[in-house]
Design a protein around this ligand. Structure first.
Ligand code: GLC
Length: 732
């Protein structure tokens, strides 16, 4: 979708063997009785509805009938199918067109973004997160929530990293299953996206991704496979880009061969908005619903002119397209509609803007914020802090409406500054200095830096809140675009000359805490050594300010862990060092292959700024007593973890596997297990992690299959990919 169309889209939003006639004569009135409680009953009901439909009615179901609905069959009591963005909140009301409906109480729970959820490393929270989304979607009369977004974080520059989860397929898989089940247990369909290889926004609607089968299988597909086979996601969204020369949404290999045949997917594969390019290829290659082609027709869209609309009727009637191809699509849509009570309307009501939902938003922020560095400055003691300088425009900036289609009109949003003010009350004086402006070409200039330095000098402690920002098409410009859909960041630098500002402030007051908002790694090399405390807060949602304040003052002990590596500089990031980015002549070759993130840094022995899985606590943990019991091709690993400090805390114990000698090269180590453990001071717990065959296999794309090779494997355990105090060798 062209930028201009996209902007239009947003500004307006801101701004089968029998032929149909024969079947029609055999109409039998079928009463749909309440929710089917078994697959076979669902399939039978879908079949009996399908048999009653005319060709025209069937075709009406496989394309959009408005911006966020696909067609129904009123004659049979089948309503339109209603969808809504997005991955971290039900988006402001977009009924049938891109113009927000007037007088709609459409603000809702703004959860933290995907990477913040992933940074909790807590699958149960993933479930809670999904439950909030499903419940609010139901309350707003939506049938499908267009999330989670789970594309692998391959380059720090991808504009939509904030919306996703991780560089590691195992962490993505564990977090996505909880999320999808949470949504669908509310009777709403999740839509895992964007399938597949949408790892950059630069030329997202045209770029052609080429990669090895091994990288596809080991890195880029596992998250989707888990969402479908374990999470049982009802729907999946095809991505805009091409894969190996064919559009991803009309891709026989990705959709028919892998998704529908290999994984046995019975739900609906819908296109991204405007991602269908050919009628025949979409019909034959597994696109079930075409969405968003109207963007190319704005402001007067004709839904009959979609690729999968009127043309399809004439193709079938002239015998050039067998009707069973259409039947399969409609059968899938009916199956999901029946499964989620779209037809009988007997779905849980859903709840909107509840305190419980806001509490979940806060818990995800509290468990997802990562303490990166702390030289005895944190936690702040209320009694010892009388004057606080809060510096940085992100302290006072609301983020929820940023980022693009994932925007959420928040019922309210507590900014970092507000969170601090609420917590501190009149126990301390807070001086706020923006220090820089979020605006085209703006830079923290001498005057604003001086103002910040003066405030820093006069304070007991400085809390700097800066980093990236949630730019957005119609407010964001290509040369300085940040954390937004449809654009990538130009580099890893902090925008608006913040480096100079941070350095000056840290110089003026050694007790400076730097809090970074953003979707991932930024280049901190210019000030990281002179800053005693650094906190990564992502975009922490409507309760983010509360969560951040509670962490800074020790009311909550941070337990977040990085879900992606923070390189020191962009040049050291594998997609840039080994691979191609952003590609040239419309093609990008993933030569970094399987060496994404820590798989590169640990194998090439390059020190990152902060490692995958890294995150500090206000207490300390000791690992001991690792044991592994091998049974056939599986192993059970146990170890003890103890809280050796003075405050309660949670540690994410991570388990990595290293194969001593493999027929093909393998990364130094790969995450194959983790568990988040809460411990009181002095408390110890024994953790058990079961490793199945898949924990030791790799995909041999010479043999085109997953292989488990006999021999020695090391199992390593610790609190980050770079801190693995326990190891034991096993032989398979
Ligand atoms: C957008 C996004 C997709 C979103 C859809 C509907 O272009 O790529 O994530 O769900 O269109 O807004």
């Amino acid at each position: 979708m062209k930028r201009s169309k996209f902007i239009a889209h947003i500004v307006l939003a801101g701004s089968m063997a029998f032929s149909a006639p024969l079947l029609a004569q055999q109409k039998m009135p079928v009463k749909i009785h309440g929710r089917a409680d078994s697959e076979s009953s669902l399939e039978a009901q879908a079949e009996s509805l399908l048999r009653q439909m005319t060709l025209k009615e069937k075709v009406n179901m496989i394309h959009a009938t408005s911006s966020f609905t696909s067609g129904g069959v009123p004659r049979l009591g089948i309503p339109e199918w209603t969808m809504s963005d997005g991955p971290h909140g039900v988006r402001l009301e977009h009924g049938r067109d891109w113009n927000p409906d007037a007088n709609v109480a459409d603000s809702g729970t703004a959860l933290p973004v995907g990477v913040c959820l992933a940074a909790t490393w807590n699958p149960q929270l993933g479930y809670a997160f999904g439950s909030v989304l499903g419940s609010e979607a139901a309350a707003r009369g939506k049938d499908v929530i267009l999330g989670p977004g789970i594309n692998i974080i391959r380059t720090p520059l991808n504009g939509r990293n904030f919306e996703y989860a991780s560089e590691d397929p195992f962490l993505v898989s564990r977090m996505v299953v909880g999320y999808v089940k949470g949504v669908q247990d509310q009777g709403i369909s999740a839509c895992v996206k964007h399938y597949a290889l949408n790892n950059q926004e630069y030329q997202r609607t045209t770029i052609d991704v080429h990669l090895s089968e091994r990288a596809l299988r080991e890195i880029y597909l596992p998250g989707f496979r888990a969402a479908i086979m374990e999470g049982k996601a009802n729907t999946i969204m095809g991505s805009y880009n091409k894969v190996r020369g064919q559009w991803a949404t009309e891709n026989r290999y990705l959709v028919n061969d892998i998704l529908k045949k290999e994984w046995g997917f019975k739900g609906v594969h819908m296109s991204d908005w405007g991602a269908v390019h050919h009628t025949q290829q979409a019909l034959w290659n597994g696109t079930d619903v075409e969405m968003g082609t109207d963007l190319a027709m704005l402001p007067n869209p004709d839904y009959g002119k979609f690729f999968m609309a009127d043309t399809v009727i004439s193709l079938v009637q002239s015998g050039r397209m067998p009707e069973y191809i259409i039947d399969d699509k409609v059968r899938r849509i009916l199956y999901v509609m029946l499964k989620t009570n779209v037809i009988d309307g007997k779905r849980k009501k859903g709840v909107y803007n509840s305190k419980a939902h806001q509490e979940t938003a806060r818990r995800v922020a509290e468990e997802g914020i990562v303490l990166l560095k702390n030289n005895n400055v944190l936690p702040l003691q209320k009694s010892a802090v009388r004057r606080i300088a809060v510096i940085g425009a992100n302290a006072d900036r609301k983020q929820a409406m940023g980022g693009g289609s994932s925007q959420v009109k928040a019922f309210y949003e507590i900014t970092p500054l507000q969170g601090l003010r609420n917590l501190v009350g009149n126990a301390a004086a807070i001086t706020y200095v923006p220090g820089y402006t979020v605006a085209r070409g703006a830079n923290a200039d001498a005057a604003s830096i001086q103002q910040a330095v003066d405030a820093a000098k006069a304070a007991d402690v400085v809390i700097y809140v800066g980093g990236s920002f949630h730019g957005y098409q119609h407010t964001v410009w290509a040369d300085n675009a940040y954390d937004a859909e449809d654009v990538d960041k130009p580099d890893m630098n902090l925008p608006f000359n913040q480096d100079a500002l941070i350095a000056a402030v840290a110089q003026a007051n050694p007790r400076t805490v730097v809090v970074l908002l953003g979707g991932g790694a930024l280049d901190m090399t210019r000030w990281v050594d002179n800053t005693p405390a650094i906190v990564q807060a992502w975009y922490p949602g409507m309760e983010g300010g509360t969560a951040l304040a509670r962490i800074l003052f020790g009311e909550v002990n941070p337990s977040g862990k990085l879900p992606m590596t923070f390189p020191k500089t962009l040049e050291e990031a594998p997609a840039h060092k080994l691979g191609e980015y952003p590609g040239k002549d419309g093609i990008v070759n993933y030569n970094d292959d399987i060496y994404v993130g820590y798989r590169y840094f640990d194998t090439w022995k390059v020190a990152p700024q902060f490692a995958f899985g890294h995150g500090l606590s206000y207490t300390s943990f000791r690992y001991s007593n690792i044991k592994a019991a091998v049974k056939g091709k599986s192993a059970t690993v146990t170890f003890t973890i103890s809280n050796t400090g003075k405050v309660a805390g949670a540690e994410v114990a991570q388990l990595y596997v290293h194969q001593q000698k493999a027929a093909l090269p393998r990364p130094e180590r790969e995450l194959k297990g983790f568990q988040k453990v809460w411990l009181q001071p002095g408390e110890s717990k024994t953790v058990t992690i079961k490793l199945g065959e898949d924990a030791f296999q790799y995909y041999n794309d010479v043999l085109s299959k997953w292989v488990l090779e006999g021999g020695a494997y090391d199992v390593l355990v610790g609190g980050s990919s770079r801190s693995l105090p326990l190891s034991t060798r096993i032989n398979l």
